[in-house]
Design a binder for this molecule. Structure first.
Ligand SMILES: C[S@@+](CC[C@H](N)C(=O)[O-])C[C@H]1O[C@@H](n2cnc3c(N)ncnc32)[C@H](O)[C@@H]1O
Length: 284
């Protein structure tokens, strides 16, 4: 059995190899979670060391693609945490109605369930037609699923319940057509959504957003990478614009804490204070 220090060296070398060969930067992800994902793939592929895995990563692209799917953890759902969406509808949406045009960024949108949830709320609140939504993720496989808007029918019961708890105004079945084992979301929901590749560890800012959602992504990052991502959000948000994080995440304890106020504390909805809008930060 190798000692922990040697294993840590092997892990660093593996993450460095992935970065140099493919440009995906996992070097600042939370170590415990990344180790669990890598061990899971090691077991599945019958590999007995991280060094053996490094060789496979470098010479077998199909293997790397499987590992990438493990490492990006794409779990999501429609109207995930319905109380969050209810707060969004009741507290934030009325404020957004003041604007003639809106820009919303979903960072780490996975297979799109949260983006379609937002599109439904915006439609019901009469805001969809004047909103441009940017939905991004580092993982192309899930982005394709998001673009297609096709979801497994087995989850529909839960999604319908979530939609109702989130204050849904119509019947959830108005928004999709059902087929044998899947549902296809209505095309009109994605008219104003632009799906694209964006990596929070390596890519840059988006301009003047009114709202940024990045839920259940920072939880996988270490403090340094959380600061980088929050710096991108700070730079991408306009005056008095909103930042929404996941239930286990917070802007507090980050470099950007002072720049945001709580709007709905328990749902991790923040507003960027106007006085900080001119402040320039670096995030590289
Ligand atoms: C657990 S899912 C969360 C999905 C959705 N936001 C939600 O809350 O239901 C995490 C997503 O973050 C994405 N992700 C992880 N690291 C990322 C990075 N560095 N840049 C962009 N997306 C990333 C993953 O690919 C995955 O789709």
């Amino acid at each position: 059995m190798e000692d922990i220090e040697t294993q840590n060296i092997e892990l660093q070398l593996l993450l460095q190899a992935i970065y140099l060969k493919y440009g995906y930067d996992f070097r600042n992800y939370a170590k415990a979670s990344i180790k669990r994902r890598i061990q899971h793939r090691m077991l599945k592929e019958g590999l007995d060391s991280l060094s053996a895995m490094q060789h496979k990563v470098l010479y077998d692209i199909a293997f790397f693609e499987r590992l990438l799917l493990d490492m990006s953890i794409n779990v999501t759902e429609m109207f995930r945490d319905p109380s969050f969406y209810l707060a969004l509808r009741k507290v934030v949406i009325p404020e957004l109605k003041k604007f003639s045009f809106l820009k919303i960024w979903h960072a780490g949108c996975s297979s799109g369930e949260e983006v379609y949830s937002m599109a439904i709320i915006l439609k019901e609140e009469g805001l969809y037609e004047r909103t441009q939504i940017y939905a991004t993720d580092m993982n192309e496989v899930v982005l394709k699923q998001a673009r297609d808007g096709i979801f497994n029918i087995s989850k529909l019961k839960q999604y319908t319940a979530n939609y109702q708890k989130a204050g849904g105004l119509e019947s959830f079945s108005d928004y999709y057509s059902a087929h044998y084992d899947h549902v296809v979301m209505n095309k009109s929901l994605k008219e104003n959504i632009l799906f694209s590749d964006h990596n929070l560890a390596t890519d840059g800012v988006f301009g003047e957003m009114n709202l940024i959602m990045c839920r259940n992504v920072l939880i996988y990052f270490n403090r340094e990478l959380q600061n980088r991502a929050l710096g991108l959000f700070f730079e991408s948000l306009g005056n008095e614009s909103y930042l929404c994080l996941g239930s286990k995440e917070s802007i507090r304890f980050s470099e950007y804490s002072h720049a945001f106020e709580d709007i709905v504390r328990e749902e991790k909805i923040y507003i960027k204070k106007a006085s900080h809008s001119e402040e320039i930060r670096t995030y590289d």
